[in-house]
Design a protein. Structure first.
Length: 183
């Protein structure tokens, strides 16, 4: 009788019918978490790229007084706002979620050499700063090179269950500087 029980226990120990199921129960949740992470970080990267593009387009529109894509706007803030709105519309992002950056950027003024305070008026919560001194590039001096700065924030909410990122709102920032065009 003891031998029969020992043989039965030995054959049960060698059985692998439930092993695959147990391994899948351990591995599948981890694979699922990795896939969710890839998706949400990919979304954040896509939105960040759109914000960078919108800031570049907005700065270009604000810097060019004879902007060919601007609709009879007279201020750099309005020109930048129209350009940023068009970029957001193309990317299916909500322009109403745009906010002024916190803290406000403090670039150096071309005229006074001191920090530029505040933002030019803009109808869509973007910070447009005119007359800022641009940083120097290789082989050139920044003295006398004036530009415009466009900066804004956009909220992005992660959904990543089981982590500290779940339902966290990150403020992604779009920022660009452009040399002022003279015609």
């Amino acid at each position: 009788m003891f031998h029969r029980v020992a043989r039965k226990l030995s054959s049960l120990a060698r059985e692998t019918r439930g092993q695959e199921l147990a391994e899948a129960a351990v591995v599948l949740p981890l694979v699922f978490m990795v896939l969710i992470g890839i998706f949400w970080f990919g979304q954040a990267f896509r939105i960040y790229g759109t914000l960078a593009q919108a800031a570049r387009v907005g700065a270009r529109a604000a810097a060019d007084p004879a902007c060919s894509t601007c609709v009879s706007a007279v201020t750099p803030g309005t020109n930048a706002c129209n350009a940023v709105q068009a970029t957001f519309k193309a990317a299916n992002l909500d322009i109403t979620k745009v906010a002024h950056p916190n803290p406000l950027p403090a670039p150096i003024s071309c005229d006074t050499g001191k920090a530029v305070g505040g933002c030019d008026p803009s109808p869509c919560n973007i910070c447009v700063q005119s007359g800022v001194q641009l940083s120097s590039t290789a082989g050139t001096s920044a003295a006398g090179v004036c530009g415009v700065s466009v900066t804004f924030q956009y909220p992005y909410q992660f959904w990543f269950p089981g982590t500290s990122l779940n339902n966290q709102v990150l403020q992604l920032q779009g920022s660009s500087e452009m040399r002022l065009e003279t015609h």
